[in-house]
Design a protein around this ligand. Structure first.
Ligand code: FAD
Length: 263
């Protein structure tokens, strides 16, 4: 039977998130957390493959203990196994270390055929993790897929790549990156929502995945955030009055100042 792993991430609902104006960091304490939207599509891809070919689907997340909420949601949607990779020593990890942690946990979980990730998380927004995971695991990666078929030990995918239509055959195991346009997400049944928190979640720590403390968290992360800046788009209205030629001069001057008009 196929073994499919889906990487999912708990993110603050950025539509409702409050930013600390001093640091530019999301205040996670008062923010509602949700499953990263792309990851619902990644789960849908795995679950529809399960429906078609039969598969065991595992959802995996790295995060603090409350990230278990997205795993419960994954259970309600129909995944077979959920894994929370959580350790205080992972706090402050950048995207490279996050991918390292996930890849080591995946290796420990045993053989797999397909890994699915979302394209991008709505809080970090780097779209790094899928690509870095495929490098750590040394497996091929395919993105922008709209059809995915299995033929014995290969996957046949169809995708629109720029102005090209491509049909590609690739040997398993493979990592696929899934965005919002890949499919329509299913809705969990009420009965499954009611029972999802009773299901067991496997917890893995640094002791389970190996490595040393210096490799993880802020210590192991090469990325340094030097500065953050919040852009706020405030619309204002100003009516210029007076001589038409003067108004035009003022307008041209302002547009040049903001680099909208260059010459
Ligand atoms: P993307 O690469 O945009 O995500 C793409 C896909 O990868 C997702 O759709 C999902 O399928 C998968 N994925 C991404 N992250 C995970 C995950 N954790 N588990 C499972 N699947 C995943 N974040 C914190 O929460 N706490 C911190 O203390 C912290 N410190 C940081 C320090 C630095 C210096 C930096 C640069 C970042 C820090 N971050 C921290 C952010 C953290 O590194 C990123 O959230 C994480 O690496 C994923 O990157 P991304 O959000 O851009 O995901």
């Amino acid at each position: 039977m196929l073994s499919i792993l889906v990487c999912i991430k708990q993110v603050p609902d950025t539509q409702k998130a409050v930013f600390d104006p001093r640091t530019g960091v999301i205040d996670r304490s008062g923010t509602e957390n949700i499953m990263n939207p792309d990851d619902l599509h990644a789960l849908e891809m795995a679950l529809s493959l399960k429906d078609e070919y039969g598969a065991s689907v595992t959802a995996i997340t790295m995060g603090p203990p409350q990230a278990a909420d997205v795993l419960n949601e994954a259970h309600a949607l129909g995944v077979d196994r959920c894994v929370l990779v959580s350790d205080q020593r992972f706090a402050g990890s950048d995207s490279l270390v996050t991918s390292k942690v996930l890849s080591r946990a995946i290796v420990k979980l045993g053989a797999y055929d397909i890994i699915v990730t979302g394209r991008e998380a709505i809080d970090g927004n780097t779209a790094h993790v899928g690509f870095q995971l495929s490098e750590f695991l040394q497996i091929p990666l395919l993105a922008q897929i709209h059809k995915f078929k299995i033929n014995k030990d290969s996957a046949i995918i169809e995708r629109l790549y720029g102005h090209e239509y491509q049909k590609i055959q690739v040997r398993l195991p493979v990592l696929i990156v899934v965005g919002k346009h890949a499919n329509r997400v299913r809705i969990p049944r009420l009965a499954d929502i009611k029972t999802c928190t009773d299901k067991k979640i496997i917890v893995m720590t640094m002791n389970d995945i190996g490595g040393t403390e210096e490799e993880y968290g802020a210590a192991g992360s090469p990325t340094v955030v030097i500065e953050t800046e919040i852009f706020s788009h405030k619309r204002g209205k100003e009516i210029l009055s007076g001589d038409m030629n003067e108004i035009i001069d003022i307008l041209v001057h302002r547009l040049k100042k903001h680099n909208i008009l260059r010459y």
